[in-house]
Design a protein around this ligand. Structure first.
Ligand code: HPA
Length: 272
């Protein structure tokens, strides 16, 4: 596994300049952050050795290197989802590559369904913790101790300093935001009303089909992690309506400017 990661890292290093300090994963409908970047290099996933290829609409499938907030970053425009049929190892492969490229912070974004009755469509939710309901874990299998321990600690899955910084920046700009717990499911079905209710009862504020495998892989490697959801629909009794993937993309697009600004200013202000 490490051999494959190193092969990919070598390929990327030969084609990019500057070591990225942060890696950003752009979720459904949130790819526009790259328009704020001073782009230096773009690599298509299909050209990168050992990279899986993205299949879902709204996910472009490219790795973009450049400056954001005055620092070198790498952005994944399009991620790999478990529901696409990729293994957990494939889903998390790019995270390991970015770690070996030198990133010191992983920033994850996604669109999610709100199950907290106080949430509204268009809210940003800073993720403070997660519940893994995927029935799988990217660390199952032989452990590579050069990456991290067999039994990784998860007492602080999302970096507290980064959460505080995000809240400060959002407040400063008068952006509406929540801080909550993200439950990860496999999808690709959206939830039934009873599943939304169950997810709420067990302590989540939002539910989605990504982010948790990547966060687990990051914490395994002791890479600090920050994650934010945009609430694209509601799984709250009385507010559940029929939804499509297009609705999720559209709702996420409305929050994208705020999310982009938040991420840019976090990178700008933090000592990475
Ligand atoms: N459920 C699961 N995943 C999602 C949802 C949802 O309601 N909205 C966006 N991603």
């Amino acid at each position: 596994m490490l051999e494959k990661i190193k092969e990919t890292v070598d390929y990327i290093r030969q084609r990019t300049d500057g070591e990225p300090v942060a890696g950003i994963v752009l979720g459904t409908g949130l790819g526009g952050l790259v328009n704020e970047m001073e782009i230096k290099n773009t690599l298509h996933y299909s050209d990168i050795p050992n990279f899986p290829v993205s299949t879902v609409k709204g996910h472009k499938g490219q790795l973009i290197f450049g400056m954001l907030g005055g620092k070198n970053v790498v952005a994944m425009q399009g991620r790999f989802h478990y529901y696409e049929g990729y293994s957990m190892q494939e889903v998390t492969f790019p995270i390991k590559v970015m770690k070996l490229l030198g990133i010191r912070l992983l920033m994850l974004s996604n669109a999610a369904g709100g199950v907290n009755p106080d949430y509204n469509i268009g809210d940003m939710m800073i993720i403070r913790d997660h519940i893994n309901l995927m029935g799988n874990n990217p660390l199952i299998g032989k452990n590579d101790t050069s990456l991290g321990p067999r039994f990784p600690d998860m007492s602080e899955p999302y970096d507290k300093k980064m959460i505080r910084l995000a809240a400060k920046i959002a407040r400063h700009h008068g952006m509406k935001f929540q801080v909550g717990v993200y439950a990860a499911v496999t999808g690709p079905t959206f939830e039934t009303p009873s599943e939304y209710k169950y997810i709420r009862i067990i302590g989540a504020d939002a539910v989605g089909m990504s982010t948790v495998p990547e966060a687990i892989a990051a914490r395994h490697m002791d890479l600090p992690c920050f994650a934010v959801s945009v609430i694209s629909d509601l799984g709250v009794e009385g507010k559940i309506v029929e939804i499509t993937h297009e609705d999720v993309i559209d709702a996420a697009g409305l929050v994208e400017p705020n999310m982009t600004r938040l991420i840019r200013e976090m990178i700008e202000t933090s000592d990475l």
